[in-house]
Design a protein around this ligand. Structure first.
Ligand code: ADP
Length: 520
């Protein structure tokens, strides 16, 4: 484990911006990353502070989150209206470190139950442009009021994209931000924060920013494109995704500007939180286990079957899946082959919330096969841990996957993943057929996005589970022993920050690593 006295990096002030941070708010992997990465950077000796919106559900009693008032009555004019905001202070405290959190309170914009989508209508809030404009402006106001000079503002996804443009526009002459550099991390290129051209008038940016070289995206204002165009460096969450996003197939229309910024794009693989996702000390599972006590995983499987309302039978493989119910996650492939899975006498457990078509499909299937399929529709953190621990096989047939955390959680919990070879899945799972003397297998992969290929990979997994017990055990152990910690990736981010802040300093030790993972 790296320590806070690591001499490699001068301590830097880093404002980490993310609109979801675990345990305050979470819709997906971004929240996990936005909690664990700041902690890992803090352990490298940096002064990392994070800021996110205070949504309506944050601070409710059951959440056990402590908030205190920090800055009151900060006013903005948005779209001709006066709005008043507050900033609250809180902290992520673990046995390893402490992260200072600031939460932006706004009756007008954030005191709601949804984060980006209105739960009542299932559609994006119509004022998301204003909501995340105020969030971006608050980042600057926070620093000004605290007289805190950030060396780096690390922005995540479209919700934070405007910050990079504002820094190059209205805030460029502010002495506090004179030397500040921005990093923009793309966790998912498909979510772009695109708004009508009329949004541009609200932003307070010079006209020259509304061009194809800037944040204009086919006549619209794109917050994601702002991040890509104006950040000093761009990162994505795996090396393979960093390549993929520059192709028309995965580029979501942004491949042009991404190609232009090719030299500034870095693929840095996500890690996993060693405290929250650890089978040896996971408070959500019925029996902690480790490589030396792998037999105890069976107790977790029994508990999972019980929790999902399906019978436990020794030797029957349980296949797990946790994901937002969207096309991205490959549910259409699953729908095509679900009968085959059931005919093979396996059981399937699914946790997810999202698109209606999948909600209806899984509700129907569960009614038809109550003993073989367990479904939980909704967001349930505790159950997610139980599925990682109790399943034998984990399915991720994603159409694209920027990094993916669940396959890493699975391997860490001795649950063998079956994944499509794309993005971070390709970078983290080693198929039996691709294994070498030095790289032992940890899962099963398939390339073509088609149901047949997916089924063949599942079949191979089921056969190995049932007939090749020694290999199966080896795969579990290899996965559990793999180093998925943040330590290495946090160092890569720290190196990148240094490169931005001291571009002329000759390369020292850590710079060599950047060459190993060249900008793509
Ligand atoms: P993405 O960020 O695309 O949603 P990842 O695999 O990177 O996918 O991360 C998903 C994270 O969200 C994991 O921590 C996963 O356990 C969690 N998650 C997704 N859906 C649910 C759900 N319905 N209930 C609980 N946790 C969920």
């Amino acid at each position: 484990m790296t320590t806070s006295s690591n001499p490699t990096f001068p301590p830097r002030s880093i404002l980490f911006l993310s609109t979801e941070v675990y345990p305050y708010a979470k819709t997906g992997g971004l929240a996990d990353v936005s909690s664990a990465l700041p902690q890992a950077l803090r352990e490298l000796g940096h002064d990392v502070r994070a800021m996110m919106p205070k949504y309506g559900f944050i601070g409710e009693k059951k959440q056990k989150i402590h908030l205190i008032n920090r800055l009151q009555g900060i006013e903005y004019t948005v779209g001709g209206r006066e709005i008043v905001t507050n900033l609250k202070s809180s902290a992520i405290l673990t046995q390893r470190t402490r992260i200072q959190m600031y939460l932006l309170e706004s009756e007008e914009y954030f005191q709601r139950l949804g984060m980006y989508v209105d739960p009542e209508t299932g559609t994006d809030y119509p004022d998301n442009d204003e909501r995340f404009l105020v969030y971006a402006l608050s980042a600057f106001e926070l620093c000004r009021r605290l007289l805190w000079k950030p060396d780096i503002i690390h922005c995540n996804d479209w919700q934070c994209g405007l910050v990079t443009a504002l820094l190059k526009g209205p805030f460029k002459d502010d002495p506090l931000f004179k030397d500040t550099k921005t990093v923009f991390t793309i966790h998912n290129l498909a979510y772009q924060g695109n708004f009508p051209a009329s949004t541009f008038e609200k932003l307070g940016l010079p006209e020259s920013f509304f061009t194809p070289e800037g944040l204009e995206f086919f006549g619209q204002v794109s917050y994601l494109k702002a991040g890509i165009a104006y950040a000093d460096a761009i990162t994505t969450v795996s090396p393979t995704y960093a390549h993929e996003i520059r192709t028309p197939e995965y580029g979501c229309g942004m491949e042009g500007i991404l190609a232009k910024r090719k030299r500034d794009i870095h693929g840095i693989l996500n890690g996993i939180d060693p405290i929250v996702w650890n089978p040896q000390q996971d408070i959500n599972i019925v029996r902690p286990f480790s490589v030396d006590k792998l037999a105890d995983k069976e107790e977790c499987k029994k508990d999972l079957c019980f929790a999902m309302g399906i019978p436990y039978t020794e030797g029957t493989p349980v296949l797990g899946m946790i994901a937002r119910l969207t096309d991205q996650k490959g549910f259409d492939l699953l729908a095509e082959i679900v009968d085959k899975i059931l005919e093979s006498e396996a059981q399937l457990v699914i946790l997810g919330e999202g698109e209606k078509k999948y909600v209806e499909l899984f509700t129907r299937l569960q009614k038809k096969y109550p003993k073989q399929i367990g479904i939980h529709l909704g967001f349930h953190d505790n159950l997610a841990h139980k599925i990682e621990a109790g399943s034998d096989i984990f399915l991720m047939p994603s159409a694209y996957e920027p990094c993916g955390l669940n396959q890493m959680y699975s391997m860490h919990y001795g649950t063998v993943p079956v994944v499509r070879k794309t993005g971070g899945l390709a970078d983290t799972v080693i198929d039996v057929e691709d294994a070498t003397q030095r790289t032992h297998p940890t899962g099963f992969t398939f390339e073509k996005y088609e149901a047949r290929a997916f089924w063949r990979a599942i079949e191979r997994a089921l056969r190995t589970y049932r007939k090749e017990k020694t290999l199966w055990h080896q795969m579990q152990v290899t996965g559990m022993k793999r180093d998925f910690s943040w330590d290495r990736s946090a160092v890569e981010y720290a190196q990148l920050y240094e490169k931005l802040l001291l571009p002329t300093v000759p390369s020292a030790g850590p710079e060599r690593k950047l060459e190993e993972h060249p900008a793509v």
